[in-house]
Ligand binder design. Structure first.
Ligand SMILES: Cc1cc2nc3c(=O)[nH]c(=O)nc-3n(C[C@H](O)[C@H](O)[C@H](O)COP(=O)(O)O)c2cc1C
Length: 196
């Protein structure tokens, strides 16, 4: 069971990426392996030219392939997802997210563009084949920031929402995992039935 986080901010000190790191820490503490893809780590030429065969793009695709769940985070830019994240997602094939549980996350300057999750990010996730998209997490710059020491500061109510979302993601993963275990048992014991 593994979860991939995709950080769609180009910023060096990124609120949305910090939320992903917080979620990863929660999941790791529960014994769930996490891996990360960061927009900042991809060569700009690959993104701008859409080089789907580049080594970096292949690595991203391989990480997506093996993940059972994906958490995608973006900053709100001009009332939508970041252009860089869109360029990153454009390196993936159609249906790259099929069969995976996806949790969208966005941070914005205010609540004015709260619906970016519904109208900006989720349609792109659907176009990638995601059918099990959890209700997302939207946070403002008041909810999450950095102290003078550079350490992340997350407001308590947002910490609770992150915890709840991580729990929902985990429940979904365990359900899928136990269903496939049942199927493996049925096949092994010769009792597999054709399901409607
Ligand atoms: C180019 C640019 C455009 C932005 N546009 C919006 C916007 O339309 N709506 C909004 O609420 N915040 C907007 N913001 C603020 C960011 O979404 C916000 O600060 C976010 O938390 C940054 O996330 P990051 O630290 O992960 O990059 C914009 C910021 C930048 C740099």
């Amino acid at each position: 069971m593994s979860v991939l986080t995709i950080a769609g901010s180009p910023a060096r000190q990124s609120r949305s990426t910090a939320l992903l790191e917080h979620l990863s820490e929660l999941l790791e503490a529960w014994g769930i392996a996490t891996r990360a893809v960061r927009l900042r780590d991809l060569p700009a030429d690959d993104l701008i030219e859409g080089r789907i065969q580049s080594p970096a793009a292949r690595i991203v695709r391989a990480k997506v392939d093996v993940a059972q769940a994906i958490i995608v985070a973006t900053p709100v830019y001009k009332a939508s997802l970041s252009g860089g994240l869109k360029a990153l997602l454009d390196l993936l094939p159609e249906n790259a997210f099929a069969g995976k549980t996806v949790l969208p996350v966005a941070t914005g300057g205010s609540n004015a563009h709260l619906l970016v999750l519904e109208y900006g990010l989720k349609p792109v996730l659907s176009a990638l084949g995601a059918r099990h998209i959890l209700s997302g997490i939207y946070a403002t710059d008041e909810d999450v920031g950095f102290g003078e020491d550079g350490a992340i500061r997350i407001a308590a109510p947002l910490q609770e929402r992150l915890q709840e979302s991580a729990e929902r993601l985990t429940e979904g993963l365990l359900r899928v995992d136990s269903l496939s275990s049942v199927r493996r048992l049925e096949i092994a014991s010769g009792t597999e039935r054709v399901r409607a």
